[in-house]
Write a protein that binds this ligand. Structure first.
Ligand code: NAP
Length: 291
């Protein structure tokens, strides 16, 4: 049996200090994104749009993916007006044939992408008791939050392995740790992606491919618009969220978490009965969203 190469193992073991170093000094370090190709899904709005601008500011060529042609053109024009390089691809990632065609076109035009940010997604906030006739909510969240990014990742991964370098960033939620009521469809689909990412990271570590799950709390984007409860809740700006994704792309840790998400995850794992009671009461106190 041959020993694994030491460098990737050591750099994974030191991922936390590296992340801290980048968080503190990142702006003063040369960016590993300079001259790299970064594909961002859901780049027509919110976190994906802000991330596109942020990676271009670090010298990357960004590939923008979403369904709305006009919004993609708007984002691309804004990047080009600032002197950056962007290419737009219209694709519905819930459509397997469109996703396969996107993979083929991207590989033909650019070769391997250096980083893939699986950011496109949709959230549904609805309790299970109000979903008895809504199995489609569970199917459509899985389609865009899990099956789409998995298919895209499988398509782009072989070229990353061949060039012995690549990075997959999954944009998920602190809900994968907290397991918040009213989000069964959404959090289950994001948990599937989060788990896929962790296993992928283990299987491909020695091939030079890294995987990072970025678990966000609330971010002020069009996605949270339908939930009036969030109108006055504290929320991160899309630009701050984008900087967190840049941190993920530069330091490449296994995950980036919020303190609250980590605390709720510990509470859920180490005090299951107490956490169930607290969340059950909170569930009864908070109304469902209007849509
Ligand atoms: N906002 C939050 O509080 C929050 C918290 C944690 C995690 N997140 C995650 O962050 C990610 C970005 O969300 P956001 O808050 O920035 O929301 P957003 O502004 O609504 O953006 C969602 C993006 O996904 C794209 N998209 C949706 N369905 C698609 C499909 N079938 N094919 C291709 N692209 C599709 C949309 O573009 P088109 O409509 O043009 O296709 C849009 O660009 C999501 O994965 C979300 O779950 C958000």
């Amino acid at each position: 049996m041959s020993l694994p190469p030491l460098r990737p193992v050591l750099s994974r073991l030191t991922a936390a200090p590296q992340t801290m170093l980048h968080a503190v000094a990142g702006r003063h370090l040369p960016s590993r994104l300079r001259g790299r190709t970064v594909l961002i899904t859901g780049a027509s709005s919110g976190i994906g749009e802000a991330t596109a601008h942020a990676v271009v500011a670090r010298g990357a060529h960004v590939l923008l993916v979403a369904r709305r042609t006009d919004e993609l053109a708007r984002v691309r024009s804004a990047i080009e007006a600032d002197g950056g390089r962007a290419t737009a691809y219209v694709c519905d990632l819930t459509d397997p044939a469109e996703t396969d065609a996107l993979v083929a076109q991207v590989l033909a035009e650019h070769g391997a992408v250096d980083a893939l940010v699986n950011n496109a997604g949709r959230s549904i906030r609805r309790s299970v008791r109000n979903s008895f006739d809504r199995a489609h909510d569970f199917e459509r969240t899985m389609a865009i939050n899990y099956h789409g990014p998995v298919r895209l990742t499988l398509g782009l991964l072989p070229a990353m392995v061949e060039q012995r370098s690549g990075h997959v960033v999954n944009v998920v939620t602190w809900g994968v740790q907290a397991k918040s009521p009213k989000f069964a469809a959404y959090i289950a689909s994001k948990t599937a992606l989060d788990t896929f990412g962790r296993i992928l990271g283990r299987e491909f570590l020695l091939d030079g491919v890294r995987v990072t799950n970025v678990r966000f709390a609330l971010v002020r984007t069009p996605m949270i618009g339908p939930t009036s409860l969030y109108d006055k809740a504290p929320a991160m700006s899309p630009e701050t969220a984008a900087e967190r994704i840049v941190l993920a792309l530069e330091a490449r840790p296994a995950s980036i978490n919020t303190a609250a998400g980590t605390a709720l995850g510990l509470f859920t794992n180490f005090a299951p009965a107490a956490s169930d009671l607290v969340f059950a009461v909170a569930d009864r106190l908070l109304p469902d969203s209007s849509r």
